[in-house]
Design a protein around this ligand. Structure first.
Ligand code: FEO
Length: 399
């Protein structure tokens, strides 16, 4: 059933309460998600984006109950990723000649996914499309927010920015708007989404937002493709994005480790004690990475000003949960965060240098050679770890 947003604009998407993993198994969605599609019924009828393929039949069936599909004049594909374009093949079987407006990269991407020669109309930033009643759609290319093909579509008159992935959250809710939901839940999903998906593109995020702000157009709603629509103070999330894109950090330190027999855990706990003794204000958090959700750990790293990674040495390497995290963190390209490593060993002892090298390669500023300790920590080693924590805290003073 379509849901009213403003004037002649409706939400016609799918709320996916069951979703627990997104991007294959790469992103945990503890609160589900939604695939937002929008219908504009002016003199011209416009459909903006669709839903993920498993819901395409349901989507077409529901949409057909709301509107005779042959009345759709234009389809806008803001982004070709399958969670938004998945119902296009089924839709286009009903309306094969209807033009699909997207960027040049959108054409490549849609053809790459579906191998169809639909009636593509390529648009660039500043191009407009009249939809009658004095209203226009204005297109704004937004490459890498989230893919090279991504774009925003702005509806004049109603002042709605259809931003696709940008400003979204994997957050299923029967409420349509931001002011109706639990704000802590909303922001915890929004920051997780930014940390795990948009961090590598922070420079582009800042540039694009400043470009859009410089247009000085009124924005009454930001209608994203996932989660709730921002209608109450909609630019609050834009301001947050500018903060998050600017080497974001809170007064937190994340100690992330994996442990075999508890030695690395004891080091982690004692380092934490040393940090707190030196700086009672800082919020130190410990995560046994093997027991935690990867995306939640990434969000904690995103919020921290520094990280300590720990692993014992095994087979001249590190434990696999830490190796997987390193792979993730390398791609996210964090900036403005300090780091060091720690870990016990019995004979060869490579883990600290492996972790330190990987953290450096991932863009962290390495503040010490790390803490490498022999066998199980005894009182003397634990005292060394406590002092190491205190020294680590003092190295944060420039932040
Ligand atoms: Fe929600 Fe990049 O797709």
């Amino acid at each position: 059933m379509k849901r009213h947003m403003k004037e002649n604009v409706y939400w016609v998407g799918k709320i996916d309460w069951e979703l627990t993993k997104f991007h294959g198994d790469e992103y945990s969605t503890h609160r589900g998600s939604s695939y937002n599609s929008y219908l504009i019924e002016e003199e011209k009828v416009v459909l903006i984006d669709t839903v993920w393929a498993p819901f395409s039949s349901e989507f077409i069936e529901n949409l057909s109950k709301e509107i005779d599909l042959s009345r759709i004049d234009y389809v806008i594909a803001n982004h070709a990723e399958v969670d938004h374009s998945g119902a296009l093949p089924e839709l286009m079987r009903h309306i094969p000649d209807v033009p699909i407006y997207c960027t040049a990269n959108g054409v490549k991407s849609l053809k790459g996914h579906y191998h169809q020669d639909w009636n593509f109309k390529t648009v660039k930033t500043g191009d407009t499309l009249d939809i009658g009643n004095g209203k226009q759609l204005v297109f704004i290319e937004a490459p890498m927010l989230h893919w090279p093909d991504s774009m925003f579509t702005y509806l004049t008159g109603d002042n709605i920015l259809f931003s696709n992935d940008a400003f979204g959250q994997h957050y299923a809710s029967e409420y349509l708007f931001n002011d109706l939901v639990d704000q802590n839940e909303l922001y915890s999903e929004a920051i997780k989404y930014y940390a795990n998906i948009l961090t590598p593109f922070s420079t582009l995020v800042k540039k694009k937002i400043n470009e859009v702000l410089s247009l000085e157009v009124p924005v009454d709603m930001i209608a994203t493709s996932h989660g709730v629509i921002w209608r109450d103070d909609p630019t609050q999330i834009v301001k947050k994005y500018l903060e998050w894109a600017d080497d974001y950090r809170e007064n937190r330190i994340a100690i992330v480790y994996d442990t075999m027999w508890g030695g690395t855990r004891r080091l982690a706990e004692t380092i934490s004690k040393g940090i707190k003794e030196a700086d009672p204000e800082v919020d130190v958090r410990l995560f046994n990475n093997a027991e935690r959700d990867k995306n939640d750990v990434v969000t904690e790293i995103f919020r921290s000003k520094a990280v300590l990674f720990g692993s014992p040495t095994i087979n001249k390497g590190i434990l696999t949960s830490m190796a997987a995290l390193i792979e993730e963190v390398k791609g996210l390209k964090f900036h403005g965060k300090k780091a060091a490593a720690f870990g016990p060993y019995g004979w060869s002892g490579e883990s600290v240098s492996i972790l330190t090298g990987a953290l450096e390669e991932s863009g962290f500023e390495i503040v010490s050679d790390g803490l490498k300790t022999l066998w199980e920590p005894d009182e003397q080693i634990l005292e060394e770890a406590r002092q190491y924590g205190a020294e680590f805290a003092k190295k944060m003073e420039s932040l």
